[in-house]
Design a protein around this ligand. Sequence first.
Ligand code: GAL
Length: 372
Amino acid sequence: MTSPLRAQFIPVEIWPDDRGVHINAHGGGVLFHGGRYYWFGEHKIAGAAGNAAHVGVHAYSSTDLYNWKDEGIALAVSDDPGSDIVRECVIERPKVIFHPGSGRFIMWFHLEMKGQGYQAARVGVAVAEQPAGHYTFLHSFRPNAGYWPDNATAAQKAALADPAAMAALDTLKFNGGDNPEVPQLPVLARDFAGGQMARDMTLFVDDDGAAYHLCASEENSTLHISRLRDDFLATSGRYVRVFENRWHEAPAVCKHGGRYWMISSGCTGWAPNPARSAVADSIWGPWTELGNPAVGVNPQNGLGPEQTFGGQSTFLLPVQGQKDAFIALFDLWRPQDAIDGRHLWLPVRFTPDRITVEWRDRWDLRVFAGAM
Ligand code: GAL
């Protein structure tokens, strides 16, 4: 059955695709190419089992952002037990960018190996000739193996040669969230040779064509921003540490008014927490934190800024043809029944010193012309 055309965003409600099925693209991102938007996200299945990847990355396309056509599975999990992306691995927060030099579409995602919890902390990369796929898995790795970040301190580097400092790491039991132990330990040095941890992530392509990977690293304590290689298939070795020991997750980035703006979350797993925002004159920083961008209350669950309406950021989407119009994409996770996770899209408003995202029960793109 074909769904009636939609002309509004209705945050958190079921969002039917062209077949009338709730859009199954969580932790997603959107690419605009050839006059169409392509939305990529985690395909979830029912129940708590749905938090692992049983199917892969789902793609949808649209010309108006309200009505989405099911383009099928862009990247499928593998049946080969030796594959990094074997069924029941974890594939999260897929993002796709276009590589003009090769004319190919490059997908990056956070990858956890089957049966290993969140310990692998890797990135996966897949490539396609067409925007909606099919994508071929290329490789997975931990970024920047053998490189120090530009802003590493002498003490951080010296830890590598200090057996006592490195031995202290053996006591580290990561609890999945904010904790006081990690900042005391030489986690950066520990991962120098094998590559830095990469969990929640996004990609960003700047006006000059340079692409960047932003991710929660160092046991989630500190964000890493890495320049991609010119072929966009790996990190280049040039990176910085930002928001040191601030436990930022779910980074989403855009460029507006010549500055870089970020919305992110704290580190509390699937449970919502207060959103964060920051601005910088260079992607490399320094980044200035601006506080919680959320305004208002979601009447469906009574949650306001203190829990980001029940959501967690995933992407900042530039609206084509409308100057300075951006949509903030959040997920309202339902970890007990992952497939029922909801999409929460809200318009972004900029003032010279702030980025805000105000709750709306329903809205449409005329909001950017000041009509709503
Ligand atoms: C969240 C993260 C999600 C997912 C989840 C697992 O903090 O943003 O992408 O990794 O933890 O608990």
